[in-house]
Design a protein around this ligand. Structure first.
Ligand code: UDP
Length: 260
């Protein structure tokens, strides 16, 4: 069941919710307060969708298991337009995450930060708790633990003991989506009601990395900003033109099929 009843858009087999930042935040908070089961919130970008479309059916299944999938990147919003099914707006996970923290403070919903290099989650906790009085980040853990059953169980036990209802998982993609997918039952039993895969958001909240300046964002060039700061991403970024061309090809095919 989708968390937000606002319709979906399919991009190369990956389902996105046609939400706004505000409606996504409200759906997450409502579920964190009253939900009886765990809801997963994912934020796949064009690079990840391209990986799915190249034939990684398992990854597609994992991403489509989410209850809410946010169109985090400008590439996804453009793709939706190419397919003739425009989305309401771009919904960056980092912004929804912060909006959720603001509301979590107001409703006394405990939060856990998982991910980032050692020290990052603690710094994010300090910054966010001082920005949003009343916010309770009840636990933190860096994202460099072994992905073996005993190490993962320790992490989940720690989350359970914290009493968190909302879990931010910032391990990078697709590690964070896999972590939530593979541990869904255990996290639910631990009391987590919403688990969000939020990439580098803790780095931003901690102040160890910066979001692109508004000019880059408004020109749709956030990827260029990222590339300038992390040139090692160049290999990964070849996925972006491939994704764009694949969407154009697929949209043309769909148009032809509709005419026939
Ligand atoms: N990270 C982590 N554990 C790992 C690898 C990465 O916690 O084993 C963190 C890393 O410190 C960073 C985030 O995951 O904070 C990756 O963010 P990014 O936005 O680069 O994610 P991606 O674009 O790879 O999804």
């Amino acid at each position: 069941m989708r968390l937000a009843g606002e319709g979906t858009v399919n991009i190369l087999g990956v389902v996105f919710d046609d939400v706004t930042k505000a409606s996504a935040r409200d759906a997450i908070i409502a579920h964190a307060k009253d939900g009886g089961t765990l809801a997963a919130v994912f934020t796949p970008n064009s690079e990840l969708v391209e990986r799915c479309a190249e034939g990684d059916g398992m990854l597609t299944g994992i991403i489509n298991s989410a209850e809410l999938t946010l169109p985090d990147s400008v590439g996804i919003v453009k793709a939706a337009r190419i397919f003739g099914t425009p989305l309401k707006e771009r919904v960056p996970g980092v912004e929804v995450g912060e909006a959720v923290l603001e509301r979590a403070a107001a409703f006394a919903l405990p939060v856990y930060f998982l991910g980032g290099r050692p020290g990052v989650a603690e710094a994010a906790k300090r910054n966010m708790e001082s920005k949003y009085p009343g916010l309770s980040v009840v636990g933190t853990k860096d994202g460099y633990f072994e992905r073996t059953p005993p190490a993962v169980s320790d992490v989940i036990e720690n989350i359970a003991e914290s009493g968190a209802r909302i879990l931010f998982v910032c391990l990078g993609a697709p590690a964070q989506e896999k972590f939530i997918y593979e541990n869904r039952r255990a996290l639910e039993d631990a009391g987590v009601r919403v688990a969000l895969g939020l990439g580098g958001s803790l780095d931003i909240y901690a102040g160890v990395s910066r979001r692109a300046p508004k000019l880059f964002v408004s020109l749709g060039l956030e990827w260029l900003w990222r590339l300038l700061r992390e040139p090692s991403r160049i290999g990964r970024m070849t996925a972006l033109p491939k994704f764009y061309l694949r969407c154009r090809r697929e949209a043309k095919k769909q148009k032809k099929r509709r005419r026939a």
